[in-house]
Design a protein around this ligand. Structure first.
Ligand code: PMM
Length: 287
């Protein structure tokens, strides 16, 4: 297991591939293995550095599925993409699913619970020596919106991420393989998401690469209501998503997790053309 996904000379674009019937944006579109693989190939052709494969929806209120179901959804897709030379990550909170996905060829573990849902997952990442994304999380989808209470969201998210970095290191994950993510929309209101976006510089001070994942999320829909006051539907959130991602890239994040890969790669190319220096973040805290 290498670290090639970690050390890119450009901001990493992670394409979203949910093999689920119920994800908020692409749920139900790629439940068939062939359709999922075709979409993964398309994301890669459009410029994704990594295709992030998930088999359990984490949208607010979603019901959990069992590990067997999750494995049956993701493993055939990851195997086929790996065989086609497409780098993949596994979006899971479960050790068993992560182990099966790594075996099938996944190169990075994306854990939206930062090791809280299944502490065994940290040992799986440590043994594989793969990069590990620790997202800020306070509870499963059914309960997370009640947990969106902060007096200082930036300080609290940073403090709680610091604890997860500590737990990951205690389990044997090398500090330089730990990526952090503020977890937009996970136990966060729209106002929390905006504050975290404004203060990405403080998150970067943790000394770890930062992953930013705003793509099509509901707070963007609420920012742009229609004439009737209803939030803009998922299909109309691409431009707002792109704007947030460009802000994040300019702030120095390691990568962005997006549904619309081509547009994101175009925006990254625009940013790179300005010659703006990439902030280098490593785990020793130097930038
Ligand atoms: N959000 C979702 C799923 N996986 N992973 C990371 N690291 N960060 C996120 O914010 C995140 C994630 C939920 O959205 P989806 O339906 O787009 O997968």
């Amino acid at each position: 297991m290498g670290d090639r996904q970690l050390h890119q000379d450009h901001p990493v674009v992670m394409g979203v591939l949910n093999v689920t019937p119920d994800s908020f944006s692409d749920g139900g579109l790629y439940t068939d293995v062939d359709a999922a693989v075709q979409h993964g190939l398309r994301l890669r052709a459009e410029g994704a550095d990594l295709v992030d494969v998930g088999g359990e929806s984490t949208r607010p209120g979603a019901e959990r599925v069992d590990a067997r179901t999750e494995i049956d959804r993701v493993v055939p897709v990851i195997s086929a993409l790996a065989a086609a030379g497409v780098p993949t990550s596994i979006d899971t909170t479960r050790a068993e699913v992560a182990a099966a996905a790594l075996e099938a060829g996944a190169e990075l573990i994306n854990d939206v619970s930062g090791g809280l849902a299944d502490p065994e997952l940290l040992a799986v990442a440590a043994a594989a020596g793969c990069p590990y994304v620790a997202m800020h999380w306070r509870g499963h989808s059914r309960e997370m919106q009640q947990l969106a209470t902060y007096t200082d969201v930036v300080a609290e998210v940073i403090g709680e991420l610091r604890e997860r970095i500590g737990a990951a290191q205690e389990s044997g994950i090398a500090p330089e393989r730990i990526i952090v993510d503020p977890g937009l929309g996970f136990a966060k209101t729209g106002a929390h998401n905006w504050t975290l976006t404004r203060h990405l510089d403080r998150l970067l001070e943790l000394g770890h690469p930062v992953l930013f994942a705003s793509s099509r999320k509901s707070y963007l829909g609420r920012l742009l209501p229609g004439p009737d006051g209803a939030p803009r539907p998922v299909e109309g959130r691409a431009a707002a998503t792109l704007a947030t991602n460009l802000l994040a890239v300019a702030a120095g994040v390691w990568g962005v997790r997006v549904h619309d890969v081509r547009a994101t790669c175009d925006a990254v190319a625009v940013w790179r053309a300005t010659g703006a220096p990439r902030l280098r973040t490593d785990a020793s805290g130097t930038r």
